[in-house]
Ligand binder design. Sequence first.
Ligand SMILES: Cc1ncc(COP(=O)(O)O)c(C=O)c1O
Length: 398
Amino acid sequence: MQPLAARTGRISTSQTVAIDARYKELKAEGKDVLSLGAGEPDLDTPDFAKEAAVQSIRNGMTKYTAVTGMLGLKESVSRKFARDNGLAYPPSDIIVSSGAKHAVFNALLALVEDGDEVIIPTPCWVTYPEVVRFLGGKPVLVQTSYASGFKMTADQLGAAVTSKSKLLILNSPGNPTGAVYTEPELRSLADLAVKHDLYVLSDEIYEYIVYDGARHVSIASLGQEIFSRTITINGMSKAYAMTGWRIGYTGAPPHLAKAIASIQSHGTHHPANASQIAAQACLDSDGEFVRKMHKHLTECRDLALKRLAEIPGLRVLAPAGAFYAFFGIEAYFGKSYQGNHIRTSMELCQYLLDSQLLATVPGSAFGMEGFMRISFAASLETLDAALVRLQDGLSALK
Ligand SMILES: Cc1ncc(COP(=O)(O)O)c(C=O)c1O
């Protein structure tokens, strides 16, 4: 039999997906497992969005739409970009895709060639380096630190640039750390991107989820030069609890938008009509759902930070955005319980899943050992019970 394409050897299943799969397996076996692993809001999709989708199916909106999405939806996205982000993307420069993940994939397909270097502040969302590698590019992982609030400085970016650098990926508010770049920080990164002729992919999927007065700023809004080299990506999954509907969207300069549209036309064509209709209903809504979600997540964050502060040895930085806590666990390395020796974040997370039936994600999955991530987007009862298990599991290690 002939071999698979060589590129398949350059991509691996995400560790976050692997842990979630094990969690689902245990659940299917009837075990009382709790998960703080998956990155999805616990609230349900708003009813008005579901209704709009059901109505559209009843009304027979079941045939192909334009490749880049229905015009009505792209007009809503265009208004949203202008209203919330100060970005002037006309509908013709907007592509609606099957989730922000798909939007990221499309953008990287359009940009990354063999040998191209892509600068990614790390820890980072697992998909970025995997896809860059898959496409023959080289992820240049710039290690941030607890001390810098997990943010890449302009000096670090400057030091990472080479003649092969093509693209910088930014994700603010960020997964897994919740780091939110301020406007001056973004300005200094934007200046360097312009100076070194880099494209910027700005993944803004957590934009509405910021705390303690932090403000989300779109890097593309900081001037015409950076606007013309930035691909702004966002989506419905986190803001409207619509992970399963698979709607993400991209605003890009015309030449890139055209290339991405061509790629999508031969890949997925367009996302499901009912999902597009539900997305439009959300983008045109009064924002009440987002406010409700924000209030809930703020309560979850408060509870998580309170409980984590009670556990000895953890190094916790209050996240300024998103719905994750990413904290240092090295104090537990070298300890053991009933033959479980903990040397890595993966071993710790496996131990917690097996001994406490608690799913979490190792920092190594995001490119930073010595840390782990929990998602606090859960009901307060579930979150509390899960954090008790975390505390029990950690205190049992000697
Ligand atoms: C940073 C980041 N970007 C994109 C996505 C994917 O979003 P979507 O569900 O729209 O594909 C995630 C999901 O976890 C994420 O954390």
